[in-house]
Design a protein around this ligand. Structure first.
Ligand code: SER
Length: 881
């Protein structure tokens, strides 16, 4: 038996041997198309290559592409469980020619693989061609050697392939396999074609046109080829079973589901087991890509798939969460081909378990209500919209879950009534905010949030994606276009740009479309709507346009590193300072990070060094940073750090990094909606550059990471080296040399002061002033004018003069460099009964143009603005003796 895994590689190898470049599957959330909810076929990643917008270094490619058809143009959700061949998730094998070969070689390659390499009997195969495609008809006859009786002409409905409402398209030719007359069904085009006997296994699309949004079709630059073969269908053929759900892969998944629920594989519950096995794959692959269950957009499609699977588990008798238990089996079966499954295993299991726990709380009561409401209803009746809405609103039943539950009984749901109930509820909510007196600008954003719903954020997974412009704002009002040079805000259906929140700044970058370009200088978030601040640099930006959004990668990388480092510092601070360290605020930009926390005293140098060391040790672990979705209570119980007083939704993103400690999740675990590095090593380096107070009991540290931290280190090393050069020393001696220099300077200053004093008193240099001891009224009087010494040294001079004369009165006036005068007067102790220095000083300061001055009877000091009057000051004292 050829396993699914063998078949996948056999296909890719065959086309690689035939000159095709083997390309990896692209993500399920398309990066290059704003109109598609999920990648629904192999050609999606090559869309722009077909139209010539994107050039690739090869003109032939082959892929095994993961696809989800659960929303939009190609939606198989309702068929799952009811047919042998429909899936919400499946793999499409394909080969592509971008203007290289066309119909003939495509047919030849396909026919040879099927009939030669894989040995399928020709008589079991039939083909279809587009009704007017005579060329294809002739080629099939010639190349495959089959007669017209085995070639069916069909119309556009089945033989014209289109990706979605827009995009590359063309007539196609399909290959069918006959599973045998023991199964009901007829060949393509016959009234019984919907049966499971004749199954389409391969679709060869002759890509020739591009479908435009306005309904017109333009030609592709060159005719191309896009083929798609469902891996599960061909596996059924190759494994000799007619039902996709009987292939090895599904047997394993269904077996695991039967075991987990206790259901009998061959019994009544078989349909439910198929639904669970199918939905397990789509939910797991979507979660692995970062799509998480929510009430909007892709997240809601995921939630619908998950809840539908959960209802089927309940039908099988499971009252406890079981779906998450199946994840390991899926990872075992598919994890090798898709490593993202293995990497995301924990995230997938936890997310599924969380959703199971949440939904199981209301599922039983919802089912009871449904049973009560429909008790007396028979086949062909319609459940009213209000009941379906109540199931949705109160019990979390997506509409299609209710429809699915009633389908086997032939009961449908009044969808218009359901929509009306939904609209009424929205109108109620609108009333409550429109009357809430918000500022006018806020009202605009509320209005947009109401009209458009929240913007889908793709930026956890990608920095580049296409989006469709849903609204433009200029000066606070909606406009249809922004012309070249104009500034305003753009709102798109989805974006990789992070809108400022949780302390992390908004992204910047560019926005480009057909003949239009704009720079994005900031991104803000208002009520879930992402507002891109744009300046149009070329052409004109219009509502309805599809544009490619590119986040400034370097800037975002620095922001990621700074945000992750903030988490590491937070935890390190707790370890070093204690558990009282609660986050008070943070700011994460591309340049630096700031973190405010509760702590009453300044951190010591040693504490800062310890914190930095610990954070850098986790950087060096280079362990993956993991994000989970958790219930808020559960997250807090697990020890995740949350901001006190912050309002969180029911479900929160939990970011864990570093090797787990006791909580099992990680060394640092925080509730956080920000963007982070993939591995801690991406932070590079954490360097604390400042510590300060920001308020009572709140400290702030600032830090740099990666390049910025390294640059700062380098700058500092360069400064030390330059200093060493000046000092003519080795850099390790710089500190000793500077200390020695400082000591030396102090010594020299002291010597200088002494020298000046000496000079002022006795010398004949510039600082000295001529004077002589006089005798006035029988008392020795010394009056001197000095310059060039410090004011604080004047008293010292007076003291030495007092000592020198033994008995008498001394006046020393300093003529300062600034022109002011400082005067000190001393009276020897034997004379203080006759003269008080405190009185004499007043006369001297008056002469200098000042007033007052004071001191003890034996020593007083004062000053005045006019130092040139020193002689007058000396004379004034003399006159008083
Ligand atoms: N795009 C085509 C399909 O999905 C062939 O790959 O059927």
């Amino acid at each position: 038996m050829t396993s699914v895994n063998d078949l996948r590689s056999s296909f890719v190898d065959y086309f690689a041997r035939n000159g095709h470049h083997a390309v990896a599957s692209s993500p399920l959330v398309p990066r290059n198309d704003p109109t598609l909810m999920f990648t629904n076929s192999g050609m999606v990643q090559f869309k722009n290559t077909f139209t010539g917008v994107e050039k690739r270094p090869y003109s032939r490619a082959t892929t095994a592409q993961k696809c989800v058809r659960a929303g939009g143009k190609h939606n198989d959700l309702d068929n799952v469980g009811f047919t042998a061949r429909h899936h919400t998730f499946f793999e499409m094998l394909g080969n592509f020619s971008f203007g290289d070969y066309f119909k003939d070689h495509a047919i030849e390659l396909a026919w040879n693989l099927l009939t030669k390499d894989w040995g399928l009997p020709r008589e079991k195969l039939m083909v279809t061609v587009y009704q007017d495609d005579d060329e294809a008809m002739e080629l099939w006859k010639k190349i495959a050697g089959i007669g017209e009786d085995r070639i069916v002409r069909l119309g556009a409905k089945s033989n014209f392939w289109q990706m979605g409402d827009t995009g590359p398209c063309g007539p196609c030719s399909e290959i069918f396999y006959d599973h045998g007359d023991h199964i009901w069904g007829g060949p393509p085009g016959s009234p019984e074609e919907d049966g499971d006997r004749w199954i389409e296994i391969w679709n060869l699309v002759f890509m020739q046109y591009e479908q435009q949004g306005d309904g017109s079709r333009t030609g592709l630059p060159r005719p191309s080829i896009d083929t798609g073969m469902g891996l599960e269908r061909i596996a059924a053929v190759m494994q000799g079973v007619h039902d996709n759900y009987d292939i090895d892969l599904f047997k394993a998944l269904i077996g695991a589901a039967a075991q987990a629920t206790g259901a009998d594989i061959n019994g009544e519950g078989n349909r439910s087991l198929r639904v669970i096995a199918d939905h397990l794959r789509s939910m797991s692959f979507l979660i692995a890509e970062g799509v998480l269950p929510s009430n909007e957009g892709r997240g809601y499609v995921l939630r619908r798939i998950m809840r539908r699977a959960m209802r089927h588990a309940t039908l099988l008798g499971a009252n406890e969460p079981v779906i998450h238990k199946l994840v390991p089996t899926l990872v075992r079966e598919m994890g090798q081909a898709y490593p993202e499954l293995s990497r995301g295993e924990a995230l997938i299991s936890e997310t599924v378990l969380l959703e199971e726990g949440r939904f199981l709380k209301t599922l039983g009561r919802g089912l009871q209500l449904l049973a009560d409401e429909t008790r007396d209803m028979g086949e062909g009746t319609v459940l009213d919209g209000a009941s379906a809405f109540k199931l949705y609103d109160t019990y979390g039943f997506p509409l299609d879950l209710t429809q699915d539950a009633l389908r086997t009984r032939g009961i449908t749901v009044d969808q218009a009534g359901f929509d009306a109930a939904m609209a009424a509820q929205k109108a109620e909510a609108r009333k409550s905010w429109s009357g809430s007196g918000e500022a006018a600008t806020d009202t605009v954003w509320y209005g947009l949030a109401d009209k458009l719903g929240p913007t889908e954020f793709l930026g956890y997974e990608t920095e580049t994606a296409e989006g469709e412009i849903k609204a433009l704002l200029k000066d606070g009002a909606e406009v249809a276009a922004l012309a070249e040079g104009e500034e305003g805000f753009a709102v798109l259906n989805q974006t990789p740009f992070y809108g400022e929140s949780g302390g992390q700044v908004g992204d910047t970058g560019t926005l480009k479309g057909d003949a239009v370009a704009a720079s994005v200088t900031d991104t803000q978030k208002h009520h879930g709507v992402f507002a891109h601040k744009v300046k149009v640099t070329q052409g004109s930006l219009k509502v309805g346009q599809a544009v490619t959004l590119v986040v400034d990668h370097e800037r975002r990388s620095s922001i990621r590193a700074n945000h992750s480092a903030t988490h590491l510092l937070h935890e390190a601070l707790r370890l070093v300072l204690g558990d009282h360290v609660a986050q008070k605020g943070s700011m994460v930009s591309s340049e630096r990070l700031r973190f405010d926390f509760v702590h009453t005293k300044p951190m010591t140098e040693q504490e800062m060094a310890e914190v930095e060391d610990i954070a850098n040790a986790i950087v060096l672990q280079n362990t993956p940073v993991e994000t989970r979705l958790m219930g808020v209570e559960e997250a807090k119980e697990s020890g995740a750090r949350a901001l006190f007083g912050e309002k969180y939704g029911d479900e929160v993103r939990v970011v864990a990094m570093g090797e787990p400690t006791s909580n099992g999740l990680g060394w640092s675990v925080e509730l956080c909606g920000g963007t982070h590095v993939r591995r801690t090593g991406d932070i590079g380096l954490v360097s604390i550059v400042a510590e300060s107070a920001v308020g009572a009991g709140v400290r702030r540290i600032e830090a740099l990471t990666g390049k910025a931290a390294r640059h700062r280190g380098n700058t500092h090393v360069a400064i030390v080296d330059a200093a060493a050069g000046l000092l003519r020393s080795g850099s390790h001696e710089v500190l000793d040399r500077i200390t020695a220099l400082q000591d030396n300077i102090k010594k020299i200053e002291r010597e200088l002061t002494d020298a000046r004093k000496k000079l002022a008193l006795g010398g004949s240099g510039a600082g000295a002033a001529a004077s002589a001891d006089e005798t006035v009224n029988g008392v020795t009087y010394v009056g001197r004018t000095v310059e060039g010494i410090a004011a604080k040294d004047v008293k010292g001079l007076v003291d030495s003069e007092k000592k020198r004369i033994g008995s008498g009165v001394v006046t020393v006036v300093l003529k300062g460099d600034d022109g002011k005068g400082t005067v000190a007067i001393g009276v020897t102790d034997d004379l203080t009964a006759r003269y008080a220095a405190g009185n004499l000083i007043k006369l001297a300061t008056a002469a200098l143009g000042g007033q007052g001055g004071g001191g003890r009877p034996d020593m007083a000091q004062g000053g005045g603005p006019d130092g040139s009057k020193s002689a007058e000051a000396i004379a004034a004292v003399r006159g008083a003796l």
